[in-house]
Design a protein around this ligand. Sequence first.
Ligand code: ZN
Length: 155
Amino acid sequence: MSVFISEHLDYLEATKSATAKRLGVDNRPSESDLQNMRRIAKAIFEPLRANVANGPLAVTSFFRSKRVNAAVGGAYSSQHTCGQAMDIDADVHGGCTNRQVFDYIREHLAFDQLIWESGDDSSPAWVHVSLKESGNRGEVLRSVKVNGKMCYRPL
Ligand SMILES: [Zn+2]
C-alpha cells in the first residue's frame, strides 16, 4: 500500500477520522477505494494546491468506511465511502479562501458534484467535491438548513 495518495497528500491524512478513532472502527480503504482516491487527489486536490493555495491545503475528510459514514450522517456523503469525495477547508492553512477553492473547481476542473457547504453568501465554510471514473455530472449545489434539516439546492 503506497504511503502517498498523490504527491502532496499522504495516506494518514486521507484516512484519518476522529469518529473512527472514537468508536474504534476500521477506516481502511480497499484497493478500488484507493484507486478512486488517487484519481480525485491527482485531478482536483493537486491542481488546487498548486494553483490556488500555492502551498498546504487541508483535506478535512476524505475516505470514510461505511460504519464511520453512518456514524457521522450526511445526505451527500456516500461518495466518501468509496473514496470519490473529499472535503477541503482552506481556512486551516490560510493560503487562500474556500470561495477561491470553490470558484477554481467550478471554472477549471472536471467534477461530479461540487458543494458550497454552510458558511454565508461570501464563502462556504468548507468545500465538498467528488469525482468518478466516468459519468461525471458537473452538479453544483449549496447546502442550506431548512427547519433544522440540511438540504441541497442547485447553485
Ligand atoms: Zn463531503
